[in-house]
Ligand binder design. Structure first.
Ligand code: CO
Length: 134
């Protein structure tokens, strides 16, 4: 069911500073900031030869990422995103296996204009998993 690793996401307290650090200190290609109101975050992507790193900054204190940053004020690894070919089939399969889908269980449009879902971290070894249909 799982395809490629699409990205690893890191929550950051200051997106501009983190982007600048990746650009200048690490010499990486960083995309322009993208505001995703439905997800409560602003994101940039670090483009690597084999995958991407997503840097996430909460839009405000109601963001789903805000509690994570409150617990991890200097930032930290937030989720991994795996590609799937059919997100509804993947969701139904996971539900049958007893896994919990976050939110209302309906895919939202993610940063790449593709449908995404998040799986409960308690069902996956403490790791928040994003599925993206490609
Ligand atoms: Co993501």
């Amino acid at each position: 069911m799982l395809g490629r690793l699409n990205h690893v996401a890191i929550a950051v307290p200051n997106l501009a500073a983190a982007s600048a650090q990746y650009r200048t200190m690490l010499g990486a290609e960083v995309t322009e900031p993208q505001v995703l109101p439905e997800h409560g975050v602003t994101v940039v992507f670090i483009l690597l030869p084999n995958t991407k790193i997503e840097l996430l900054e909460p839009l405000d204190e109601t963001s789903p990422v805000a509690p994570f940053l409150a617990r991890n004020p200097s930032g930290g690894m937030h989720h991994v995103c795996y590609e799937v070919e059919d997100i509804l089939a993947a969701r139904d399969h996971l539900r049958q296996q007893g896994a919990r889908i976050l939110g209302d269980g309906e895919p939202k449009i993610g940063a790449h204009n593709k449908p995404v879902l998040f799986l409960h971290p308690k069902d996956f070894n403490g790791t928040l998993i994003e599925l993206e249909q490609v």
